[in-house]
Design a protein around this ligand. Structure first.
Ligand SMILES: O=c1ccn([C@@H]2O[C@H](COP(=O)(O)OP(=O)(O)O[C@H]3O[C@H](CO)[C@@H](O)[C@H](O)[C@H]3O)[C@@H](O)[C@H]2O)c(=O)[nH]1
Ligand SMILES: [Mn+2]
Length: 730
């Protein structure tokens, strides 16, 4: 091969099956047009109630159509990317850039230190030159328990890293590895490393449980003394400890190989200063790391996302280091996958279709969103630099800004970078680093990077890059989605609204795709209307859909059927199960009627100035009882919550509606057929909703375990539903 012949480090391919998708989409669009025609032509003339319910339903249908159009536009084209890591190794050998890895944790109770340790160890164990790897942990919990766990991790890494290299261990989280791998024959180290790990885990868990650092451990490291000045997690000085200094020639593993740098940071917190949650933590890490290792590429993960693929760094470098196109890319996003999903994924957490199809559509139109974890960033892009066309980055050179100060001196000089006041009168949180003021800091940050003309890319290697912990109770899921959708809606209603903010900066299709996500929460009203009103109208005797015997029923039937059939097909194609699809549909309904409703409400309150920004951290632990029910795929209710009041009321309402309908159809043998003809679609809708809600009835009336619906919710929902029916009928 000639010297100057350029061989790309990654390749882009079109996703197949788009033609079929486009045909189906076009036919659905036709169906929608007919529905609209029907709604206009048959607008009821008599009766106020008839007219208003009709208008409401029409508006809901217009909304669904608009939203469907948005999602269809962003799926029109789709690409997948294929990186070639062997070419990377051939071309650059060991001349690779430094990588700084950021792990964020915030609460030792919700995010146990033993889990954080596993994440950190898995990050240290990448198949990458250790002297070029630095791992930073930001502890917003400011906890000495987490600090202690990090000391243990630093120590155990001396055994774990050579073990990983030698046996090509994957996943690189010791917990996940020893849980899934079977013991190989004739490997002496295996049981001893496993025992070492288990002993360490035991020590960490005991200390966490006791909530106290034993005296002999306390004496082992100067770092513990910092906690003498900590009043609470919201009031303390900066704690910065370089636990392993990669530049130190004595920092070696048991086989004498260098170790990656490991740093613990708890940024300063004072009650009078806002800390901006994870975005604030990340920005502090960006500054601190720039003084310690200053890697030109930053990988950030949540504390529950362990590394599952030892090559991920190299995959991302195939993008950044590609001579022809690499300089255009600001970040490379990996999918958010989970290691605790059950077979049929009862809470629909897997983002299966979104990640296997939708995101590739975004990628074809300018690049995926940044989703907060499992993402490689170009430091400059994250720090506010605009993309310039002919500017060449030499990632290898950027790496050579070596620092010579001693670790202890560095710790002192860097502290100020993580202080509460450092950002005053700077553009941190506005133009530099992650953007403040939103519960979804990731989305708005990714958008602003893209609006600085950087492209982004979605990489989804066969073996998942990262695996995290998905919520295992319904309430956790609903609360998490409330935060996300609220974050999205707030972005849409802020100056960062993609339509305006991205004008002339990113392609129209990408702006529309952002809107499809930003407007998730806005689906709540139309959905609620569709769940409540047809059912009440059925009881009252108002017809809202065409008669079964009329040809106008066809467009309704076609749109509903083909849309769902296609969605099922996609789901199965992406590797899901039929039951998984049903669960997914159920969760969409649940989220739309609760999470999205609360998110919209909260957003309005916030706009009016009545509510403050909050970040409810998702729990990553559960008691044994709950885990057991989760494994059996039983939906966990268990506690009283306004969200459950709504779910239960809607479920009972539709049950009453169905009973009413069945009564009407069966009471008079002669009239039954007429009723069925006139109300066929409405009855069908009610029955479908009842079917979706079957687990809710079970939890309300039949279950005996602790995960059932609390009786207060049962009583309330029965009263609400009866009240609604009475009001509607009279
Ligand atoms: O004040 C805070 C609050 C949270 N976190 C960390 O942020 C991460 C995400 O929090 P989690 O409760 O797990 O939320 P998820 O809903 O699972 O997170 C998703 O959604 C978030 C935005 O809402 C993104 O930041 C995350 O990357 C994305 O995985 C965790 O590592 C936390 O430790 C902090 O560091 N400081
Ligand atoms: Mn999480």
């Amino acid at each position: 091969m000639a010297e100057n012949e350029y061989v790309p480090l990654f390749e882009t391919r079109q996703v197949k099956g788009r033609i079929l998708f486009r045909y189906i989409a076009a036919s659905i669009l036709l169906g929608i047009c007919f529905i609209i025609m029907y709604r206009i032509r048959y607008f009821p003339v008599g009766g106020k109630a008839e007219r208003w319910t009709w208008i409401g339903l029409f508006l809901s249908e217009l909304w669904f159509s608009f939203y469907w159009l948005l999602t269809t536009v962003c799926r029109w084209n789709a690409v997948i990317r294929i990186p070639f890591i062997h070419r990377l190794s051939q071309r650059f050998g060991k001349e690779l850039p430094g990588i700084d890895i950021f792990v964020c944790t915030a609460d030792p109770l919700l995010e146990p230190p033993s889990m954080v340790v596993n994440t950190v160890l898995s990050m240290m164990a990448y198949d990458y030159p250790p002297e070029k790897l630095s791992v930073y942990l930001s502890d917003d919990g400011g906890s000495n328990l987490t600090f202690y766990a990090m000391l243990e991790a630093a120590n155990f890494s001396k055994t774990w890293l050579p073990f990983c290299k030698k046996f090509k261990v994957e996943p690189m989280s010791p917990e996940a590895y020893f849980r899934t791998a079977s013991e190989p024959l004739n490997v002496q180290e295996w049981p001893s490393v496993k025992r070492l790990y288990e002993e360490m885990k035991m020590r960490i868990e005991t200390t966490t449980k006791l909530n106290q650092i034993p005296e002999h451990i306390y004496k082992q490291h100067k770092g513990f003394r910092e906690w003498n000045f900590v009043t609470s997690k919201r009031d303390h000085q900066t704690i910065l400890q370089i636990l392993i200094d990669g530049r130190d020639t004595n920092a070696v593993d048991i086989e004498g190989n260098p170790l990656p740098t490991l740093v613990y940071l708890a940024r300063e917190k004072r009650p009078q200063y806002h800390h901006h949650f994870k975005a604030g933590a990340m920005n502090a890490l960006i500054r601190i790391s720039s003084k310690i290792s200053n890697g030109p590429i930053i990988l950030n993960v949540d504390c529950d996302m362990y590394s599952n693929n030892s090559e991920s760094i190299k995959y991302s470098l195939c993008v950044f280091m590609d001579e022809e196109k690499g300089d255009e890319f600001g970040y490379v996003q990996f999918p958010q996958s989970f290691d605790n999903l059950t077979k049929n994924d009862i809470y629909g957490c897997s983002f299966r279709v979104i990640q296997k199809l939708e995101v590739h559509g975004l990628d074809a139109n300018g690049g995926p969103c940044f989703i907060g974890t499992g993402c490689f960033h170009r430091r400059e892009a994250l720090c506010g630099k605009k993309y310039e066309k002919n500017f060449r980055f030499d990632l290898k050179k950027l790496n050579n800004t070596k620092v010579n100060e001693r670790a202890s001196l560095l710790e002192e000089t860097c502290k100020v970078l993580a202080s509460c006041t450092f950002e005053h009168n700077t553009t941190w949180g506005k133009e530099m680093g992650l953007i403040y003021g939103f519960p979804a800091e990731d989305i708005v940050t990714g958008l602003s990077v893209q609006c600085r003309r950087w492209k982004s890319m979605f990489l989804d290697p066969e073996r998942d890059g990262f695996l995290g912990v998905a919520p295992i109770t319904l309430l956790q899921l609903l609360v998490q989605h409330k935060r996300w959708t609220e974050g999205h809606l707030q972005v849409f209603l802020s100056k960062y609204c993609p339509l305006l903010y991205g004008y002339k900066k990113i392609p129209l299709k990408l702006r529309l795709a952002y809107c499809a996500y930003n407007l998730w929460a806005a689906n709540c009203l139309a959905t609620l209307y569709y769940v409540v009103v047809p059912c009440l109208c059925l009881l009252k005797g108002i017809t809202l859909f065409p008669k079964i015997s009329s040809p106008w029923v066809l467009p309704f039937a076609y749109v509903a059927f083909s849309h769902h059939a296609y969605s099922l097909g996609e789901f199965l194609w992406c590797g899901g199960t039929f039951l998984g699809w049903c669960n997914d549909q159920r969760m969409w309904l649940f989220k739309r009627t609760t999470s999205y409703l609360f998110a919209s409400f909260e957003t309005i309150l916030k706009l009016l100035g009545y509510s403050q920004l909050a970040f409810v951290i998702t729990t990553k632990v559960a008691d044994e009882d709950i885990s057991k029910r989760y494994d059996q795929e039983m939906i966990e209710f268990g506690v009283a919550s306004p969200m459950f009041d709504i779910l239960a009321t809607l479920a009972i309402l539709n049950l009453l509606g169905s009973f009413g309908a069945i009564k009407k159809v069966t009471m008079h043998a002669d009239k039954g057929f007429k009723v069925l003809d006139q109300f066929g679609l409405q009855i069908l809708l009610c029955l479908v909703l009842v079917t979706i809600n079957l687990p809710v009835y079970q939890a309300l009336f039949f279950r005996m375990d602790k995960g059932k619906m609390p009786s207060s919710v049962t009583y309330k929902s029965i009263i609400f539903a009866l009240l609604a029916c009475t009001l509607a009928v009279y």
